[in-house]
Ligand binder design. Structure first.
Ligand SMILES: Nc1ncnc2c1ncn2[C@@H]1O[C@H](COP(=O)(O)OP(=O)(O)O)[C@@H](O)[C@H]1O
Ligand SMILES: [Mg+2]
Length: 212
């Protein structure tokens, strides 16, 4: 599903080199590492948004950085979902309107079962600004999952949630992967969260090492 071979990248200094990674359908992997180690950069490279200085990334056997911009946009739209620490919801809209826009763009229906699972079915008609941080993050996750992505990339998705909300959100993403044969690649600095994943890798000393 996703394969990265011999990645290296530098900005002002070398962030990492010799990075290999393979993620299969239904597999959930976490990448940990201290702040500034290059986790977000690696996630951008894996998710089609940044061409690495060296190495290749394959999504469904296709070498993504050899593709045209149109083909990349198609992959982003059809296969990839991205969750950030700070959600990017339209703040003057209701949660429902945010979900509706996403549904229209991806030609999918709003999944009310999913909203119920995320415990936001009763608040979606409120303006997003009136929701708690945890509720807003659930809306943004509902928005991403409603696209039915095959690979979810999440950068500190639980970073601004308390432990209870964090575990709940992780659980919903795991269930989604199981049901939809999807993979999840999450960056987190939280070891307790990372332990829930099938595999954990650590970005350290410019290498990505298998951890557990
Ligand atoms: N677009 C960029 N241009 C220049 N330097 C960058 C850019 N993005 C990240 N960096 C630098 O690369 C380093 C790693 O950043 P990042 O990948 O965000 O690390 P992490 O997510 O592990 O905290 C930081 O020192 C950061 O300043
Ligand atoms: Mg980061």
């Amino acid at each position: 599903m996703l394969k990265a071979i011999n990645l290296a990248h530098k900005f002002d200094y070398l962030l990492f080199e010799s990075v290999d990674l393979e993620v299969k359908p239904k597999e959930k992997i976490a990448i940990v590492g201290s702040s500034g180690s290059g986790k977000s950069t690696l996630l951008h490279i894996l998710s089609t948004f940044l061409k690495p200085n060296r190495g290749e990334v394959f999504i469904d056997e296709r070498n993504i950085y050899s593709l045209s911009e149109e083909e990349l946009i198609k992959i982003r739209r059809e296969k990839i979902g991205i969750v950030f620490q700070f959600h990017y919801l339209f703040s003057t809209f209701s949660a429902y309107e945010n979900l509706k826009v996403a549904a229209l763009l991806s030609n999918k229906k709003i999944d009310f079962k999913l909203l119920k699972r995320l415990k936001i079915e009763n608040v979606i008609y409120q303006n997003v600004q009136t929701l708690s941080g945890g509720q807003q993050q659930r809306v943004s996750i509902a928005r991403v999952l409603s696209k039915k992505p095959k690979i979810i990339f999440a950068d500190e998705p639980t970073g601004n949630l308390d432990m209870e909300n964090a575990l709940e959100v992780i659980e919903v993403m795991f269930e989604y992967c199981e049901k939809n044969n999807a993979s999840l690649i999450t960056v987190t600095h939280d070891i307790e969260i990372a332990k829930k994943f099938d595999k954990v890798y650590e970005l350290k000393n410019k290498r990505l090492n298998f951890w557990s």
